[in-house]
Design a protein around this ligand. Structure first.
Ligand code: 9YT
Length: 130
């Protein structure tokens, strides 16, 4: 069994961040679960364009307020606590957070821990360098 405390993990290199977001990766590829599990916090008043071309991701809003726009369809959905979105088609999207917003996120295949967003908003495939 693996047991980890977010409040401890956030003070280690499990916490990564870039422009106006941070993410505490509670499970990574080397944990052998077949997915990674992250708690992501996005700053109030920020907007992010992501496109996980090589990963499937589902995201559950724990707290905060915002919206997500599906670039392919132009549809915008409200994000509030209790809402989940799943990027089942590797959907390119824009995430806007009006308030600081906290998400629980799962990636398949799992993130290794070294990924940073590339110019196109993606992370590298799991079997190549970040
Ligand atoms: C909300 C969202 O897309 N989270 C993605 C995970 C985060 N960017 C990370 O851990 O890299």
């Amino acid at each position: 069994m693996i047991v980890r405390d977010f409040h401890e993990a956030k003070n280690t290199d499990r916490k990564v961040g870039a422009q106006r977001w941070n993410s505490v990766r509670l499970l990574l590829k080397d944990d052998g679960m077949g997915f990674s599990f992250h708690i992501t916090t996005i700053e109030a008043g920020s907007e992010h364009r992501f496109h996980y071309k090589h990963h499937l991701e589902s995201v559950y809003c724990v707290s905060g307020k915002g919206s997500i726009t599906d670039i392919a369809t132009g549809e915008t959905h409200e994000i509030r606590p209790g809402v989940m979105y799943a990027l089942d088609k590797h959907d390119e999207h824009i995430l806007r957070c009006e308030e600081e917003t906290v998400f629980a996120c799962v990636f398949n295949p799992p993130v290794t821990g070294d990924e940073v967003h590339r110019e196109d908003g993606s992370y590298a495939p799991a079997d190549t360098a970040a």
